[in-house]
Design a protein around this ligand. Sequence first.
Ligand code: HEM
Length: 479
Amino acid sequence: MENAIAKQYNCRPVQPYVPYKWPLALDLLKQNYEILFSDHTFEKLTPYFDIAKTCCIHLFGVTGYFTTDPDNIETILSAKFDDYSLGSRRLATHPLLGEGIFSQDGPAWKRSRELIRQQFVRVHKETPRAFTSHVDSLLASISDASVGGLVDLKPLMFEYTLNTTTSLLFGEPHSSMSKEEGNAVRENFDHASFGCGIRVRLADAAFLYNPAKFRKSCKAVRDWATFFASKAMKYKDEHGEEAAAERYPFIIDLWKEMQEFDLVRDQLLHILVAGRDSTASLLCWTVFHLVRNPNILGRLQKEIDCVPREGDLSREQIQKLPFLRCCFNEILRLYPTLPMNIRFANKPTILPRGGGPDGTSPVLLSKGAGIVWSVYHLHRLEDIYGPDSRLFRPQRWESGELIKNARLGVGFVDFNGGPRVCLGKDYALMEASYALIRILQAHPNIRIAPGVANEPVGAEKQAYTIGLYPLEGVQVVLG
Ligand code: HEM
């Protein structure tokens, strides 16, 4: 059957491959692990993605593929979506997340997606007003944390998104816990997410990474989610479903459909993981670059000048700030939340490009073949983003031409593309916009802290758990 498909579509094998020296290419595995624990993970992977836009890798005697070709990425995400599955993601993330949207395929995923999509229809009406109290707390914690005007915004951004997301899901913010408990949850979350990242890389051998500290962190996070979800269920038992749905709409709506406590709790954890690091990373990298580029910061401040400083911000006010959106596009281009992604062919299928001596022929993927695409490297391709693709230059988005040329969901996949496109996109953009506007209004003289390096894009230290964020913090002087 595979031969017939290959003949019908004129497929050719992918010729470029990642060179290796040791039997079964075990040296590549070793290199990959050294890179994972380095402070420049995605930069150090660049030589692999520079070999060719589509290239193969022979690991343990099995052939897999790497690509940054937008046409191939569109095929995986959209055109032939049904031909691919997440593979071992479920196994890798199960100790932390259990069953839920992020690791499901097929009918189970469709059902989860529809349930969660309905929640975001409701949430759309409540945002951005729902962020006001959290932004107020963020501003207060920035003032409290500043020592002589100097402050690291990174932990405060992560606290902000943890509070917004726990309020959204659990009906109350994480900050309702004691400081010690809150810190412990955050540490366990980071450790468990990092462990899941290692397990994802081990694919079917994920079970090999299961140390006691990882298990303990996963349990602590799950216990924490259980505590909040149980509170809602207790409230329902005491006050009835209607009253509980007013107070805990996310949990009760999921419960009505799923009728199983563990499934509801796991689904909440999936959304929490999707929503927390991603938006915090966007905020961190944005401030990181704004304070390093005073001209761009000045332009943004001028645009924001028209926004009232008091009261709730509205969706319309935020949408009237095109340069703010350009800044976010540029950050999501250079620092995508999911810098690398993988799918496995669940039947023989075709990639449109990458085969033959010039890499332009279709390629046959056998059932079970894995394909990794690097959003990080796709978003830095010169043929899409120009010779200055490695510079932070939000102005490149201004005319609207770039988004047309790059094609949303094809050459620019900030929030993914196709049927699995991010469900929290609007929520995240409102959340990040609201916080950034208020920070810039409250601190018009914000600038980079003295003695902090201002290195070119690509030289900065990056940390990676679920999101890609600056390793050394976002050190600023408030002014
Ligand atoms: C800047 C912020 C964000 C970025 C860049 C982002 C990006 C993404 C990406 C790339 C995916 C696809 C993952 C995959 O391949 O499976 C995704 C999925 C998802 N995101 Fe986001 N996300 C952000 C914020 C949020 C927030 C705040 C929420 C919810 C509160 C959220 C909820 C989800 C959900 C539920 C999915 C799973 C969709 C599915 O599998 O059908 N995201 N997001």
